[in-house]
Ligand binder design. Sequence first.
Ligand SMILES: [Zn+2]
Length: 67
Amino acid sequence: MAECIQIDCKDDVVVTQDLRVKCEGPEDGRHPAVYLTMLDDMNGKPQQVVCPYCSRVFKYQGQGNSC
Ligand SMILES: [Zn+2]
């Protein structure tokens, strides 16, 4: 399974090209591994999802964009 996750300019934002992301959070033992699915914006395009455990933001980025 190929993962394509890279860190954005901001610390708490993860930019990914995957519609489903896995978050395990910081290693404090209180964060179960969860799979998060991107939420659509008003135009029906996948936008981003926020982890309910660590509030980390996963931002969907299609191909061709750069930071
Ligand atoms: Zn998390």
